[in-house]
Design a protein around this ligand. Structure first.
Ligand SMILES: NC(=O)c1ccc[n+]([C@@H]2O[C@H](COP(=O)([O-])OP(=O)(O)OC[C@H]3O[C@@H](n4cnc5c(N)ncnc54)[C@H](O)[C@@H]3O)[C@@H](O)[C@H]2O)c1
Ligand SMILES: O=C(O)[C@H](O)COP(=O)(O)O
Length: 393
């Protein structure tokens, strides 16, 4: 049986990893030069990719910890696990919304500091400082209506809030699941101007970095709660501190701690635990395991962030997979080479994404030596980045 090697980083759920099956060795002898990585938040920027690496599965949503362009140029397919931890983050955000309304953390700290036989009396005398507000009827803004934001928007509406959503790139599939009661706005400024609570669920990109900047805070009213379980860099912290000082922001709740945010009265920092539930960690590991297994055994790509989805049943004795530059006429050149090798193509599929493309080339040929010679020829050709041979099992 072919054995593939996988190196894991961070705490990947072991039960989920069973999805890889028997043909995979996990963190074994080849872990320094594996076929695939399964990772969570490990920062791969500034690290070298091992020669043999073909795939990286991010057991989670955000892939900003992976140098995607570098991986693409080297023909390494990067996957994530869309939606696998979305419910966990949704619950964390709903809890944060309620905690901001009632400030239970400060209330609990205050009660714990009381002493003496008359604690009940002190409680009744002092509780007025912790009178909160209710979320029902308040305006709630969701920036990013994907797997997480869409779920939150629906549940905030069910909790009686007036929900505004902003996402210029929302997929049709996701949009179908969003309640018609969520008011979609085309200008993010409408979220800043109207909402008492604003939560953000977008990937960190050059476009989204510092979404919460001075201009954004200047548009807000008073006592706004900002919830950030997406990435720390989406908020300009200096602008945030000024917005807290002037009463624009009542509370900032974030999953991403930096030293300047710690131990501040109006800021609650959590240790990046939005997706850290038993259920979400299992879901992510299962999906990552299934994705890597499928890619290594069949060459099919599902849920990649840098290559297109490509599915095709393997019915021929051999398949060659090619990662190639997206240049004109390449499919014709590939087909010509195959026919020059005297091999018949039983199926070919080529899909592109940006500067690169992926080809599955199924061959009506049982002679392994002939297939290997053809693959070697592709390997030394211009515009072909990575070549693999897959034998039908
Ligand atoms: N705290 C945690 O543990 C945790 C867990 C999961 C995800 N995350 C973070 O949350 C992010 C979102 O996760 P998701 O699962 O919802 O991803 P997703 O891909 O399902 O949704 C992201 C949404 O953001 C939208 N978007 C992109 N650019 C935008 C922009 N400029 N303005 C508005 N919307 C924009 C997209 O159209 C998409 O609908 C991840 O990228 C990750 O950084 C954090
Ligand atoms: O993008 C994600 O999925 C989250 O930030 C979760 O990160 P983690 O896997 O390190 O908990």
């Amino acid at each position: 049986m072919t054995t593939f090697s996988v190196k894991t980083y961070n705490n990947i759920n072991k039960i989920g990893l069973r999805e890889l099956g028997n043909a995979f060795q996990i963190d074994g002898d080849h872990k320094d030069n594996p076929d695939a990585y399964i990772i969570r938040s490990e920062n791969l920027h500034g690290t070298d990719f091992p020669e043999n690496l073909k795939a990286i599965a991010r057991a989670g949503a955000g892939t900003n910890n992976i140098p995607i362009d570098e991986a693409t140029a080297k023909g390494i397919v990067v996957f994530n696990t869309p939606g696998a931890n979305a419910n966990a983050v949704k619950e964390a955000v709903i809890a944060s919304t309620l905690m901001s309304a009632r400030d239970y953390i400060a209330a609990n700290e205050w009660v714990n500091g009381l002493t003496g036989d008359d604690v009940p009396k002190q409680v009744e005398a002092g509780k007025k400082q912790f009178a909160g507000s209710e979320i029902t009827g308040k305006n709630f803004g969701v920036i990013g209506l994907g797997a997480i934001g869409g779920r939150i928007a629906n549940d905030a509406y069910r909790l009686g809030m007036h929900v505004y959503g902003y996402d210029p790139y929302v997929s049709i599939e996701t949009a179908w699941n969003i309640s018609s009661h969520v008011r979609r706005v085309n200008d993010i400024k409408d979220i800043f101007r109207n909402c008492d609570y604003i939560t953000i669920h977008v990937p960190l990109t050059d476009e989204t970095k510092a979404t919460f900047n001075r201009e954004a805070f200047d548009l807000m009213g008073k006592d706004v709660t900002i919830i950030n379980f997406a990435r720390g860099e989406l908020v300009d912290n200096d602008a945030l501190f000024d917005a807290i000082e002037t009463g624009v922001v009542k509370r900032y709740i974030t999953d991403f701690g930096t030293e300047d945010l710690l131990n501040q009265e109006n800021i609650t920092v959590l240790p990046h635990v939005g997706g850290s539930t038993e259920e979400a960690e299992l879901n992510c590991a299962i999906m990552a395991g299934q994705t890597i297994r499928r890619f290594m055994k069949t060459g099919e790509i599902i849920n990649s962030v840098n290559f297109p989805n490509v599915k095709q049943d393997l019915t021929s004795p051999f398949r060659i997979t090619l990662i190639n530059s997206n240049v004109p006429n390449i499919v014709a050149r590939i087909s010509t080479r195959v026919s020059e090798a005297g091999i018949n193509i039983s199926n070919i599929i080529n899909r592109s994404k940006g500067d690169h493309a992926y080809t599955l080339l199924d061959l009506d040929e049982s002679d392994e030596a002939k297939v290997k010679a053809l693959a070697a020829e592709f390997d030394s050709s211009d515009n072909i980045v990575k070549v693999r041979i897959i034998k039908k099992s």
